[in-house]
Design a protein around this ligand. Structure first.
Ligand SMILES: *Cc1c(COP(=O)(O)O)cnc(C)c1O
Length: 414
């Protein structure tokens, strides 16, 4: 059986038996890293075990989340989208969180952990720059020096975020090796960390990488699902029929899904970046179109060719443009608890426009992938309750939105 010894992987996830002692979610996850990284990961795992769930740490984290991040974020009933789509639509508003997306929940949590572990500096990687900005802000808040590795190609594409990181006091290091984008930046951040794991903390930005990162990031992002679960019960009088979120590395989705996994009556759907289509290199949807393999220390689904070479990916949304996905999602797909689908560039851009015009909310293009998936599901399941993770705001996407939407005539949403 593909779940190893597990009879019921959902029960194992809910009871906390996954990740297991070797950091696996069934067959996925683990630690596929060079020997030199093992002591640093062991130290981190020890720190997570000692601090993360203590009352003192949770109180400190709760204080930062409420007074600095702005939690709880609102749950908004989307009345006009509900009318158009024929279902009840609620939006979990991570766009209202400090720095504009859910990434800050993870960044401040890990920065607090770094301080507890006695780290003197933090390193982070960033692709589009959003995780770099969140990390720079969290480190400034706690007085920790922060170095952000960023591909040279990305630095040019995302210049405003480079400026934001620098204003927030971070040192941004340009990475010219490899593909000079996110993959190379992760490699460089890891190299820096291994050089001095006692003084340095590596703040990873999504629910990916070697154990314990996928678990740590999921625990820190689960605040999204816990809040939303209580909020929708109050507002709608019952649980949602569907919970849906976009999936890049998978952190906002796993944070929203996790508190619902045990409720088997609640359907869970993750939406990947379908890009231009199903061809290799045309999308960033490893759960929909990829195969299992190892990337950045973890066994999961990923985009690779017949020789196991990692494939270039494409998405109009920079935050979803990554060839891998967190191992917990791979397990949730394999056991059938979560369905994963792809939404394409055009469909997602149309959803940006629709959300703006109907609700007065400019969503991130990443988040609009979840809107596009929800629209399809709602039209096939009239009258149901749909909870959508709105992972971030679209202000950062204005350059793309100007080119793709404002410079072209409206596509005429059906
Ligand atoms: C980074 C980002 C994502 C994708 O990351 P996940 O780890 O999959 O959540 C999604 N939405 C927004 C707004 C982002 O900034």
């Amino acid at each position: 059986m593909i779940y190893g010894a597990s009879e019921d992987p959902i029960a194992d996830l809910v009871a906390g038996r996954f990740p297991d002692a070797s950091g696996r979610f069934g067959p996925f996850g683990g630690r596929y890293v060079p020997e030199t990284l093992i002591p640093a990961l062991e130290r981190l795992q020890q720190g997570v075990r000692e601090h993360l769930h203590t009352a003192a740490f949770q109180q400190e984290l709760g204080q930062e989340l409420s007074s600095w991040v702005g939690r709880p974020t609102a749950l908004t009933f989307a009345g006009r989208l509900s009318e158009r789509w024929g279902a009840g639509i609620w939006l979990k508003r991570e766009d209202l969180a400090h720095t504009g997306a859910h990434k800050i929940n993870n960044a401040i949590g890990q920065a607090l952990l770094a301080r507890r572990l006695g780290a003197k500096r933090v390193v982070a990687e960033t692709g589009a720059g959003q995780h770099g900005v969140a990390s720079a802000a969290a480190c400034a808040r706690l007085g920790l020096p922060c170095t952000v590795y960023m591909g040279a190609v990305d630095m040019e594409r995302q210049a405003p975020n480079v400026g934001r990181m620098r204003l927030l006091g971070a040192t941004v290091v340009s990475v010219t090796s490899g593909d000079a984008t996110l993959r190379a930046a992760i490699d460089e951040a890891m190299r820096d960390w291994v050089g001095d794991p006692e003084r340095t903390y590596y703040l990873l930005g999504s629910a990916v990488g070697a154990h314990p990162y996928p678990y740590l990031v999921r625990e820190l992002q689960s605040v999204i699902g816990r809040e939303a679960r209580a909020q929708i019960r109050l507002q709608a009088g019952g649980p949602p029929d569907l919970v849906i979120a976009c999936v890049g590395g998978g952190s906002n989705a796993i944070g929203l899904f996790h508190p619902f996994v045990a409720d088997r009556a609640v359907a869970l759907v993750g939406i990947e970046a379908g890009g231009r289509g199903a061809g290799l290199g045309d999308n960033a949807a490893p759960l929909s179109f990829g195969r299992p393999g190892v990337l950045h220390g973890s066994y999961s689904m990923l985009m690779q060719d017949a020789d196991g070479q990692i494939q270039e990916t494409h998405s109009v949304s920079a935050g979803l443009d990554y060839p891998g996905v967190g191992p917990e999602h791979a397990l949730l797909q394999a056991c059938g608890r979560v369905q994963y689908q792809a939404a394409g560039d055009a469909e997602s851009l149309a959803a940006v426009r629709e959300c703006c015009e109907c609700e007065g909310i400019l969503p991130a293009i990443e988040s609009a992938h979840a809107l596009a998936g929800a629209r399809r599901w709602a039209q096939a399941h009239p009258g149901k309750r749909v909870l959508i993770g709105l992972s971030g705001r679209g202000d950062k996407d204005m350059q793309t939105l100007t080119r793709e939407l404002l410079a072209k005539p409206p596509a005429g949403a059906a």
